[in-house]
Design a protein around this ligand. Structure first.
Ligand code: SF4
Ligand code: SF4
Length: 437
């Protein structure tokens, strides 16, 4: 290359007049195509296709952004298969904000290609994103129906009948239904749970949307732990879905409506912190400032909201925890481990420019082991460390709750991959000589 070419960009310039929320050149340019992220990507590890890796997806985004490629069905497919788990972000030495890129690319796709979807898919998406997830009575009805289906034995009957095999994708979706936990958490919204003993903090707890019936016991346990640690726990009335599913599906405007509602019920109510126990929700709740950065009325409020937003483990790590009165022998529902996309305050990593979302660093908070074990809550070392150390037996990030859900979802698109993964997990289980999953 001639010396004068050294400053030339590797790609043609990004096209002008693109969609306002399309992937930005400044983010795309950060990728140096080194490939260090590839082994952290579950879809690449599963499918073995470069175009289903972070590097491949970024390459395709660049091609679309520079006008070298149209938004072909293949482009939509490869981007759709991304789990948005952001495992690649934490592996990237260049600090590529991959989460922002994939959300932007999907927003652009939604703006330009949504009309090309079949009508029933569009109607289904409208129902899920514009109805079910954001309407409390619909959520309650969905939880009630699911509970009825599971608790009456109807589910067993349907599964044994073999009818699901003939129902195509709907039949496979049935296997993904999480157990509904009755009584639901909906009735606790609007209540305040006082601190046990001396009151030290006043916090708001965001209970989620589906979690009100799929993780009702976890929500209750979270509230109890906070109460035991001197927190008045308010479950603000008027809270709504965090909008994570909307953002991940390219529906940013709909997500903004939800973000404003959650900000309104939390930001000026005098809370010391706003708490979530859901990894997927937390990563979006902590990005409300980016979501609303161009909203003059809410930009400042969003920044204040994000400053208060904490994962429950992050919050507990930051306060002087009360010793448990009688540590249970076994903790089944740990209040989550921070997701890879969840932003925590870590000046060292931030100074090192380690990506948009410095990876949470709980071992550094508690050098003697995990926070819960150190504080006496855990009696046994878990069989697997559920953080960022994939082993041969762990597979492509199956261990992460949010990722696991996405894997199951994507299994719908790639049933063969789903079956391979199930076989592979069974083999790993047998190799361990155990039966527990
Ligand atoms: S995203 Fe990061 S790790 Fe992956 S290829 Fe680009 S620069 Fe390398
Ligand atoms: S977000 Fe997850 S699935 Fe998507 S490219 Fe990154 S590691 Fe792969």
């Amino acid at each position: 290359m001639a010396a004068s070419d050294a400053t030339q960009p590797a790609f043609p310039p990004v096209l002008p007049n693109r969609h306002a929320e399309a992937p930005r050149a400044v983010d795309l340019d950060k990728c140096v195509h080194c490939g260090l992220c590839l082994n952290n990507c579950p879809t690449y590890r599963e499918l073995g296709v470069e175009m289903d890796s972070p590097r491949g997806r970024i390459y395709q985004m660049v091609q679309v952004a520079t006008g070298q490629m149209e938004m072909t069905p293949s482009y939509l497919e490869h981007l759709d298969l991304c789990l948005a788990c952001r495992g690649c972000e934490s592996a990237c030495p260049s600090g590529v904000p991959y989460g922002r890129l994939i959300e932007a690319a999907r927003t652009e796709i939604e703006a330009k290609k949504s009309e090309s979807r079949p009508w029933h898919i569009r109607a289904f998406r409208r129902f899920i994103f514009g109805g079910l997830l954001v309407t409390p009575w619909m959520l309650k009805a969905a939880g009630g129906l699911l509970y009825f289906y599971q608790a009456t034995g109807l589910q067993q009957l349907v599964r044994r009948s073999g009818i699901l095999k003939h129902m195509g994708k709907m039949g496979r979706i049935e296997h993904l239904a999480p157990p509904a936990e009755y009584p639901f958490f909906f009735d606790e919204v609007g209540k305040t749970f006082p601190a046990l003993g001396e009151k030290r903090y006043r916090v708001a707890f965001l209970a989620g949307c589906l979690a009100n019936f799929t993780s009702a016991r976890l929500n209750e346990a979270t509230v109890r732990v906070l109460q035991a640690n001197g927190c008045d726990v308010v479950i603000p009335a008027g809270q709504t879905c965090c909008g994570a599913l909307h953002v991940h599906s390219g529906l940013k405007d709909e997500a903004r409506v939800l973000a404003r509602k959650n900000i309104d019920v939390c930001v000026d109510a005098g809370y010391d912190a706003v708490i979530t126990n859901a990894a997927g929700c937390g990563s979006t709740l902590k990005e409300y400032d980016e979501l609303l950065e161009h909203d003059a009325a809410y930009a400042d409020k969003a920044r204040r909201f994000v400053a208060m937003m904490k994962d429950v483990t992050e919050f507990l790590a930051s306060i002087e925890m009360v010793a448990p009165r009688a540590p249970p022998a076994r903790y089944r529902h740990l209040p989550g481990l921070l997701p890879s996309g969840s932003r925590t305050e870590d000046p060292q990593r931030a100074a090192a420019g380690a990506g948009r979302h410095p990876r949470p660093d709980i071992p550094r908070v508690a050098p003697g082991g995990s926070l819960l074990r150190q504080r006496g809550y855990l009696q046994h070392r878990p069989r697997r460390d559920c953080r960022f150390h994939p082993s041969e037996e762990d597979g492509p990030r199956e261990q992460h709750g949010r990722r696991g859900a996405h894997h199951r979802q994507r299994g719908l698109r790639h049933p063969a991959a789903g079956r391979r993964r199930a076989l592979w997990k069974t083999a790993a289980r047998h190799a361990r000589g155990g039966t527990a999953g």
